[in-house]
Design a protein around this ligand. Structure first.
Ligand code: G6P
Length: 371
């Protein structure tokens, strides 16, 4: 009923709008008054965490994309080599696992069979397993050595939204906690990032408040046959997630690419009028931003309809944009938390307009409990 959905038409839409709250809950109680991070369900000792020499993140679907973002953040903050792998690929390729390997399983439901089999395999090889999970007491956290619960509240819509954003938060917290334990960041730096994270609920709310512009874009693109998504750095997984949402919900062909890869093949797909969402990195960081702008110029020159997600005070984007969705100014590693929101709204609205069942897309299950 509408009441269960807080007046929204779909659980998915309700869950998108719950994200400011969910992200705040995911951050709640994670630091002591002294300013040190504390992760209550972190049952691994500081010594065990100092001994970790490699991290492998395993997950499926949307959770896998959270893992890709986690890799960027955890490696940057801790200098521990991280791999990210689809759980079903990992399990069957004889991966190199030792007792100093930390396997991080990301799963909203905690019941995904592919992910469960991956952690069973890892533990059998003597590796330690940490779960990032939204469902208390589910199988994956029960079979893990440690768990960070995401506290998003129940997610009913099959396509994950607040599940994803809180997986990002938990991944950031894990990275910062490891940095604290291993001394790869100063306390002030860690507190600085935590402070930035604490601004996220407000930032996300700001984007949700501007939903009408995104809905108008969905109305405009209602007959698109194919949509591309480009990003780079932490924006690359956002592009993949934006594309997955369209496949899952609107059943239209959608693909995400790393912007730097365009010239190595995908640019051949660009033709007059093809909609391309581009996640523009924050200004002034390395050359990421400027390289993205050149990629946008390239595709626009070939007729792409450019739909840009960019910082609100970015003067470089307007000349190359058919539409701009403005994002708040945040550090590049945290940008996925804000950049994904318009793409969720877009997919939800487009699918709803197309008359699809947004909460129960065809052929999909909320949690896939068979391998
Ligand atoms: C299913 C769902 C996806 C989800 C994936 C992983 O395929 O349809 O939305 O991302 O499972 O689910 P998990 O519960 O492990 O995060």
């Amino acid at each position: 009923s509408a009441a269960e959905k807080d007046g929204h038409d779909w659980f998915m839409r309700k869950e998108i709008f719950e994200q400011p709250h969910a992200v705040a809950d995911a951050l709640l109680g994670r630091h002591s008054p002294g300013g040190r991070l504390q992760l209550d369900e972190m049952r691994l000792s500081e010594q065990e965490l100092r001994d970790v020499d490699k991290i492998i993140l395993v997950a499926c679907g949307t959770a896998f994309y959270a893992g890709l973002v986690a890799k960027y953040a955890i490696e940057h903050w801790t200098r521990i080599p991280c791999e990210v792998e689809l759980a079903h690929e990992f399990r069957y390729r004889d991966p190199i696992l030792t007792q100093d390997t930390l396997v991080v399983a990301i799963s909203q439901s905690g019941e995904t069979a592919d992910t469960l089999m991956a952690i069973r395999h890892a533990r059998a090889q003597g590796s330690r397993v940490l779960a990032i999970c939204n469902t208390n007491g589910s199988t994956i956290p029960r079979e893990s050595d440690a768990v960070i619960y995401t506290h998003a509240g129940p997610e009913i819509g099959v396509a994950s939204t607040k599940g994803f954003s809180t997986q990002l938060v938990a991944s950031y917290l894990l990275g910062l906690y490891l940095a604290q334990v291993r001394g790869t960041m100063y306390g002030d730096e860690i507190r600085g990032v935590v402070h930035e994270l604490e601004q996220m609920p407000g930032h996300i709310q700001g984007i949700l408040d501007r939903k009408d512009a995104i809905y108008a874009l969905a109305a405009d693109l209602a007959d698109a046959r194919s949509v591309l998504f480009l990003g780079r750095h932490a924006g690359f997984p956002v592009a993949l997630e934006g594309a997955l949402k369209l496949k899952e919900l609107a059943y239209i062909h959608a693909e995400g690419f790393a912007a730097g890869e365009l010239k190595h093949g995908p640019i051949a797909l660009i033709e007059e009028g093809l909609p391309v969402f581009c996640v523009v990195p924050p200004q002034g960081r390395d050359q990421l931003h400027d390289k993205m702008i050149s990629a946008i110029q390239e595709i626009r020159a070939r007729g792409a309809r450019t739909l840009l997600l960019a910082e609100e005070d970015d003067p470089a984007v307007a000349p190359y944009a058919d539409s701009v969705i403005y994002l708040p100014r945040v550090p590049v590693l945290l940008q996925p938390l804000v950049a994904v929101v318009p793409l969720q709204l877009f997919a939800c609205e487009l699918a709803s307009r197309m008359g699809h069942d947004v909460d129960q897309p065809r052929n999909l299950a909320k949690s896939v409990t068979v391998e």
